[in-house]
Design a protein around this ligand. Structure first.
Ligand SMILES: Cc1ncc(COP(=O)(O)O)c(C=O)c1O
Length: 463
């Protein structure tokens, strides 16, 4: 029992060193980026029309890579190479590199023709940008509950949320999980809705016979630092549809500079002067990272599989892993679980507090359910007049409300435990430390179950 003395009570913590999650940087990246700097190639994007621009706007990514970069609207060689490689890996014709997934989501939503008065259905359990990107595209996010087992959008809830204003559904692949994507796709098809996949956390993951991000009309990936593939900041939009690709390319680069008096209204609409361009230096990092992505994904998969097996084997009565619908190709961004306090009698927040004291960082949900953001609660986004919620084009005007979201609330407030430390260079022995942390908790089960959470100030939300 001595070894099981908890760190919160003065015992030795399981870990005194930090987990080693860090950016994956190779000598090749350092050399290539240095040589771009010597060459003076920070970016090649220019937003104005140069001869040849219109001719290349609709070309597939592998074709754009081969075109002379003096046609500057589509960026430089490294951006084009990244897009071409990304398309090839993910089996999709068009990849558009942008400076973040947030930018990518805004571009994707605008590119499929969503605008004022339109609703987009999404789950509340995600990083804030999934929902705010909808408002940034001037549309209305409508929250529908998650499935408690997949942590992703519930098809039933999504279907019930459809109104006459609904134009699209955004499945968010939380922790890289596809969730019930087939069912969501069927609903979208039957209701004639567009699908924007927030695949920020899911590069190179097969669901059925296609990669995540490529099932819907448009998909978006993130390249920011803690993700499976990382350029520091960055994102990629993918689509099979040339008109969506053209619109994304316009939106990325001050697109209003390109259409002229003869252009169709369709081309002009929604391309209003954004700059979402990715610099050459980061694109070059992405080109090389992509070669390593299968390996980086493999490390995540191995660590994750081991951690799940151990926790389920030892403590399956108290903790259950997120149900993954594409387990075969699954390489999660973070490892997500539900802690069943009903069975253990220990509150999830106590578990998190104890683990953190043992040197094991753990997330207790997302930073905040997106539906709890005052921006949506009070319907305040643009100006002082509740735009876009009060827009005269919005048929749901005056009726917008956040529904009861019992599953999302339960996961967020009581059950979710998430481990970020499964990526390279962490190894099985790091996973063993997480397991040891749980062993200590269960060895002190009776004691911990008697702590009255309301009388403690021990829990700090977040990681
Ligand atoms: C599900 C999801 N959507 C969107 C984003 C936004 O990505 P970025 O930071 O590249 O803008 C993130 C980033 O954490 C995310 O996890």
């Amino acid at each position: 029992m001595k070894n099981n003395k908890l760190a919160i009570d003065g015992g030795n913590p399981v870990r005194t060193t930090e987990f080693r999650s860090m950016p994956f940087i190779t000598e090749e990246m350092i050399e290539n980026v240095s040589s771009l700097m010597r060459e003076g190639r920070l970016t090649r994007f220019i937003g104005s029309l140069v001869p040849g621009t219109n001719e290349i706007m609709g070309l597939k990514s592998f074709q754009v890579e081969k075109i002379d970069d003096s046609v500057t609207f589509l960026g430089g060689p490294s951006v084009r190479k990244l897009e071409s490689k990304w398309s090839k890996c993910h089996g999709v014709d068009y990849s558009i590199a942008v400076n973040s997934a947030t930018s990518g989501l805004i571009a994707a939503i605008m590119a499929i023709g969503i605008g004022p008065g339109d609703e987009v259905i999404c789950a509340p359990f995600s990083f804030t940008a999934s929902a705010t990107s909808i408002v940034l595209a001037n549309a209305i996010p409508v929250f529908a509950d998650i499935d408690l087992d997949t942590f992703c959008l519930s098809p039933d809830a999504a279907e019930k949320a459809v109104t006459q204003s609904t134009k699209a559904i955004m499945p968010i692949h939380w922790n890289s999980n596809a969730g019930e994507l087939d069912a969501i796709m069927s609903i979208a098809k039957s209701k004639k809705l567009k699908v924007i996949e927030d695949a920020s956390q899911s590069p190179l993951m097969l669901y059925g016979d296609k990669y995540l991000g490529t099932h819907g009309d448009v998909g978006v990936f993130s390249l920011n630092e803690p993700k499976n593939i990382m350029t520091g900041e960055g994102g990629i939009v993918v689509t099979h549809d040339s008109s969506i690709a053209v619109k994304c390319r316009l939106i990325r680069n001050h697109g209003e500079a390109i259409p002229d008096q003869n252009s169709t209204d369709d081309l002009v609409t929604n391309a209003i002067g954004y700059n979402f361009r990715l610099v050459e230096l980061l694109a070059e990092i992405g080109v090389i990272q992509l070669d390593h992505l299968p390996h980086l994904n493999k490390v995540r998969k191995e660590n994750y599989t081991y951690l799940v097996d151990q926790l389920v084997h030892e403590f399956g009565e108290f903790i259950i892993p997120q149900r993954i619908t594409h387990l075969e190709s699954y390489s999660p961004y973070t490892a997500g679980f539900r802690w069943l306090s009903k069975n253990s009698k220990i509150h999830r927040n106590i578990v998190a507090h104890v683990l953190r004291s043992e040197g094991i960082p753990v997330a207790c949900g997302v930073s905040r359910l997106m539906s709890d953001n005052p921006l949506f609660q009070r319907q305040l986004a643009y100006g002082n007049n509740h735009c876009p919620f009060a827009c005269h084009l919005y048929k749901g005007r005056g009726k917008y409300s956040i529904p009861e979201l019992p599953n999302a609330k339960r996961l967020q407030n009581k059950e979710y435990l998430g481990f970020f430390q499964i990526g390279w260079p962490n190894t099985i022995s790091d996973m063993d430390d997480i397991v040891k942390g749980f062993k200590k908790i269960l060895a002190n089960k009776k004691y911990l179950s008697n702590i009255d959470l309301s009388k403690t100030d021990t829990f700090i939300p977040g990681r």
